[in-house]
Design a protein around this ligand. Structure first.
Ligand code: SF4
Length: 287
């Protein structure tokens, strides 16, 4: 059995930075270090850090001392609340997400309406929205465009900025952009910033290419990880057999019977040791 691991698999720069710095912080701090939301969408990584003193909280109001802001970032009001509470923040927001915060703040102040392409419930989008104002609309699918344009028209603003969640599917982004262009009133000035992270784009591209050449595609990552879910979607569209697992325990051994070539790709928040565990397990159990 041949196992091919995607070169772009695993931790991206933003997650690596967040995990390494959180590790340093929990080791340095005697007692609890708070983290606003799960540090990364990966159970094993979070559990390991929690065993060393990291405490995940859902609201900044629950913080009693130093609090980590994870790579996804948070809305502006969180910084303001922490300041009022006298809470020191360890800001591990990915620089690429920070750039989007600055972009949204600047354009919103300059009377632009903002369309943000992504998942409205994802913490990154909630954070980004928190740097804008009421003239902000999240587009998840083509069906949302009509409503988004209605909101833009109701606002009476004549300028539109379009951005994206960093982990959005690039092909879907292009389709949505084309549709916006076709339906946008001619008097609206349009500015598009493709803010999909390069790391995401490369990983998605490699997943697509690899999926086409193997008999089974295994995607490793947290079930609540947006970028890993997208990898699975891409793998399923390009390989007859694709599975999404969190750990090696999730592998049904019947699936790997008679398989010649397995492709593996891991999401941006999946640590190396989880990937190595899966590979070792496949090598032991495979033919
Ligand atoms: S996927 Fe890109 S933008 Fe998101 S945390 Fe990683 S490096 Fe940053």
């Amino acid at each position: 059995m041949e196992i091919i691991l995607g070169k772009t698999s695993g931790f991206c720069a933003g997650v690596k930075n967040a995990v390494e710095n959180a590790q340093k912080e929990v080791e340095k701090t005697k007692g609890i270090t708070y983290c606003l939301g799960e540090l990364v969408h990966n159970k094993q990584v979070v559990e390991e850090l929690e065993s060393k003193g990291l405490k995940t909280i859902e609201n900044i109001e629950e913080a009693k001392s130093k609090t980590i802001i994870r790579a996804h970032g948070v809305p502006k009001r969180v910084y303001q609340t922490a300041e009022k509470m006298g809470i020191e923040l360890i800001d591990l927001t990915c620089p690429k997400v920070k750039k989007i915060h600055n972009l949204v703040e600047e354009y919103s102040n300059n009377k632009y309406f903002v369309f943000c392409i992504g998942n409205s419930k994802h913490p990154e989008i909630i954070g980004i929205q928190g740097f804008g104002n009421k003239n902000f609309y999240v587009i998840e699918t083509l069906e949302d465009i009509e409503n988004a344009i209605t909101k833009l028209e109701q606002s009476n603003l004549k300028k539109l900025l379009v951005i994206s969640q960093t982990t959005f599917n690039s092909k879907k982004f292009d389709i949505i952009i084309n549709n916006i262009k076709q339906n946008l009133p001619a008097n609206i000035e349009l500015e598009i910033h493709n803010t999909i992270c390069k790391a995401t784009e490369l990983r998605q591209k490699e997943t697509e290419e690899l999926s086409k050449t193997v008999d089974l595609m295994i995607i490793i990552g947290g079930k609540n990880s947006s970028n890993t879910n997208k990898l699975y979607e891409i793998a399923s569209n390009n390989c007859k057999k694709a599975i999404f697992i969190q750990t090696k325990q999730d592998i049904d051994l019947n699936l790997i019977k008679d398989i010649q070539k397995i492709g593996i790709m891991a999401g941006a928040s999946t640590p190396k040791n989880s990937v190595n565990d899966v590979i070792k397990y496949l090598q032991e159990k495979g033919n």
